[in-house]
Design a protein. Structure first.
Ligand code: DQA
Length: 148
């Protein structure tokens, strides 16, 4: 079982970037928490951050050959602009959860629309960095459900 975590532009600045909005936890700390949970669960998890739209498209396109079963993605600013990343996700057909640290719905109107939400299995926003861990729990459950 393989999971891909994609982080969009400026998320490499987490920790210093508008901490009142995004918190003090760094991207490295988030990735390490995800890796630790994945290790416990016995699944493979790869993380990738890019400030470049095309690199994120390439990473999504490469996912089927890498046998990725599920994607967690925070498209960051590309959430509100990127038909290209949306089309890549639709094209590979790998289920994904969309994550935002901040509650985009109580921010500027231009953050209220997402090119991803209608394709996503679900969306987590406003729960801070732990939103990634909650999304990972969902993915684990989806991929290897506990017997009822
Ligand atoms: C974000 C919200 C986006 O509107 C913003 O452009 C980001 C981060 C979030 O995680 O809250 O860069 O995706």
């Amino acid at each position: 079982t393989r999971l891909l975590v994609l982080h969009g532009p400026n998320l490499n600045l987490l920790g210093n970037r508008e901490p009142q909005v995004y918190g003090h936890v760094t991207l490295d700390q988030i990735n390490r928490a995800l890796a630790e949970r994945a290790r416990q669960a016995g699944i493979e998890l790869t993380t990738f951050q890019s400030n470049h739209e095309g690199q994120l498209v390439d990473r999504v396109q490469a996912a089927p050959a890498e046998k990725v079963d599920f994607i967690l993605i925070n498209p960051a600013a590309y959430t509100h602009t990127s038909v290209a990343i949306r089309d890549a996700l639709a094209g590979v057909g790998i289920p994904f959860v969309e994550i935002h640290l901040s509650n985009v719905h109580r921010r500027e109107p231009f953050r209220h629309h997402s090119y991803f939400s209608d394709l996503a299995e679900g969306v987590i926003c406003g729960l801070g960095w732990k939103g990634y861990l909650y999304a990972l729990e969902f993915a684990l459950d989806r991929l290897a459900p506990e017997p009822a």
